[in-house]
Design a binder for this molecule. Structure first.
Ligand code: PRP
Length: 217
């Protein structure tokens, strides 16, 4: 490898997606031994040989790092890409982290949805919810932004429904809520900074190609 080659920086979403992403990178020959240490509080990991740096960030911050060029590449859920609307290239669906963005609530809320009533919608994803109700369904709703445990909304009477991620469905089930409408399917995607794509075309393209081939099995 050329000594003058600069480091390519990859922003990963902390948690489950990061583990799946590192497994994928290992399969294409990129190893980051330090990252395997589950107890580490380190946020950034360097592979000197391959001139790669990986760092861990909160999901919604990943597209921000990539848009500003602090990371050349990011791996993040498509829910966050849709919500954050950052100027980045969405280059590859990685196929893991599959789940659905849904409208959910108690059974009785189905009527409110059907009759396009003015309802309250609690969500961590106000842009996705607005786009779905206002542009998709032409339904005026009141959107209330929450930061987590959104399922509480209809239970404690803050909202009629929620717009949230459903993976196994157990959070909904255990709280007496149901999927009422499906907004869209979701999965982990790879995003790329627009300038990096021009400046480092070859390295980034070859990385995408290796991953694509690995995913195709
Ligand atoms: C996500 C999501 C749901 C849950 C869905 O929450 O917001 O609450 O997972 O998964 P399930 O269908 O498999 O039950 P997360 O765990 O990220 O926590 P949060 O609600 O505090 O954001």
């Amino acid at each position: 490898m050329n000594d003058k080659e600069r480091y390519l920086t990859v922003a990963l979403t902390k948690g489950r997606l990061a583990n799946r992403t590192m497994e994928l990178f290992e399969r294409i020959g990129v190893t980051m031994d330090e990252m395997r240490d589950k107890d580490t509080r380190k946020l950034i990991f360097v592979n000197e040989e391959q001139k790669l740096r990986f760092f861990l960030a909160k999901g919604p911050d990943v597209p921000t790092y990539v848009e500003y060029g602090a990371a050349d590449i990011g791996v993040v859920g498509s829910d966050i890409i849709m919500e954050e609307k950052r100027h980045v290239y969405d280059v590859l669906d990685l196929g893991f982290g599959r789940c659905r963005m849904c409208v959910a609530g108690p059974e009785r809320a189905a009527d409110l949805l059907q009759h396009r009533e003015m309802i309250r919608v609690a969500t961590k994803y106000p842009n996705i919810a607005r786009d779905y109700f206002y542009n998709g369904k032409q339904q005026t709703v009141d959107i209330i932004k929450l930061n987590g445990s959104v399922e509480l909304g209809p239970i404690v009477g803050l909202s009629d429904v929620i717009v949230d991620i459903v993976e196994t469905g157990s959070t909904l089930r255990e709280n007496g809520l149901k999927v009422l409408e499906e907004v869209c399917p979701l999965s982990a995607h790879m995003i790329v900074n627009q300038v990096s794509m021009q400046m480092e075309t070859e390295r980034i393209r070859s990385m995408i190609q290796k991953i694509r081939m690995e995913l195709a099995g």
